[in-house]
Design a protein around this ligand. Structure first.
Ligand code: NAP
Length: 259
């Protein structure tokens, strides 16, 4: 039995859609008070309203994680609203696809600004409040793409997701004396609003490549994040957990066909 997270203050960047919204919903369902962050209020306000109504409160704060001042403000507004920050889920990320031969300098700068700099600025801004919590938790959303696998069009994306894990390992050492743990979730292929745009054929091919023969849900990722946030996970830091239905395991198509 895990110690309940009722009343903990949780900040989820990119919590207005997709995986972040799923993480926010799982925490709110566990009784935590959650701030969801995104750039677009037209998405963020209704998302917060949809997630509210359970045990935990949910509020939207507009911020762009590429900007240090916005990260400071989102942390300050969370502290003001919920009295502190116990958990930061640094989840905001973008994944435009472009082949290396067509990639511009600004393509590279933009994806690193959100996925790497944005994660680091978010953690940095929340540090004082996480330390005051006495049981601060950071959960980064990385990916299997980059740290473990590759996909054409996503060389820059994969580089950012692997970079998050490089950041994680030294941050874990620096944050340990402050009583803060930092870990990462590595989702495989997850059903989000954006998946429909990729078409039914893409979805079917993905399902066929996964030993469990289904894509993940946003709640699958939320539950892993929730575990890292528990008191019982306090001795786990600097680690990365893959949540992919076994997608990275088959060594070949033949291994799947032999199932
Ligand atoms: P999504 O549905 O596109 O949602 C992205 C979220 O991030 C939105 O809330 C978006 O809100 C926010 N966001 C983007 N840029 C931001 C910025 N500069 N500042 C603040 N918020 C920002 O994406 P997703 O598929 O859920 O992906 C979320 C994370 O999971 C990413 O880190 C991604 O790399 C990772 N991931 C996803 C999958 C998958 O299968 N979906 C697999 C592996 C890893 P606004 O646009 O309003 O800012």
């Amino acid at each position: 039995m895990f110690t309940p997270l009722t009343g903990r203050a949780v900040l989820v960047t990119g919590g207005t859609k997709g995986i972040g919204k799923g993480i926010a919903g799982v925490f709110a369902g566990a009784g935590a008070n959650v701030v969801v962050v995104g750039r677009d209020p037209a998405t963020g306000e209704p998302a917060a309203a949809e997630l509210a109504g359970g045990e935990g409160e949910v509020a939207f704060v507009r911020a762009d994680v590429r900007e240090a001042a916005d990260c400071e403000r989102m942390a300050a507004e969370t502290v003001e609203r919920f009295g502190g920050i116990d958990v930061l889920c640094a989840n905001a990320g973008v994944f435009p696809d472009v082949r290396l031969e067509d990639m511009t300098e600004s393509d590279i700068d933009e994806i690193f600004a959100t996925n790497v700099k944005g994660s680091m600025l978010s953690v940095k801004a929340c540090l004082p409040a996480l330390e005051r919590s006495g049981r601060g938790r950071v959960i980064l959303t990385s990916s299997i793409t980059g740290p473990i696998t590759g996909y054409p069009g996503w060389s820059h994306y994969g580089a950012t997701k692997a970079a998050q894990l490089g950041f994680l390992r030294t941050a874990a050492i620096e944050l340990a004396p402050k009583g803060i743990t930092i870990n990462a979730v590595l989702p495989g292929n997850i059903v989000t609003e954006g998946l429909a745009e990729l078409g039914p054929e893409y979805r079917q091919k993905m399902e066929e490549s996964i030993p469990q023969r289904r894509l993940g849900t946003v709640q699958d990722i939320g539950h892993a994040a929730l575990f890292f946030a528990t008191d019982e996970a306090s001795y786990i830091t600097g680690q990365a957990i893959v949540i992919d239905g076994g997608q990275v395991l088959p060594e070949s198509l033949a291994a799947l066909e032999a199932q």
